[in-house]
Design a protein around this ligand. Structure first.
Ligand SMILES: [Zn+2]
Length: 49
């Protein structure tokens, strides 16, 4: 089990605007604690910079 380069970040759902804690990796953005994306059903996020 190799650790991929990922970091914790904060992102906002582009659909409902909810702010979520996320893992940012080369795979993409995944909400921490949820593999299904935002509770609203969206899987599109914009990372805070
Ligand atoms: Zn949402």
């Amino acid at each position: 089990m190799e650790a991929q380069s990922r970091r914790k970040g904060a992102a906002r759902c582009t659909d409902c605007g909810r702010a979520l804690a996320v893992w940012v990796s080369s795979d993409g953005i995944r909400p921490i604690g949820s593999t299904d994306g935002c509770p609203c059903g969206s899987t599109s996020f914009r990372v805070f910079s």
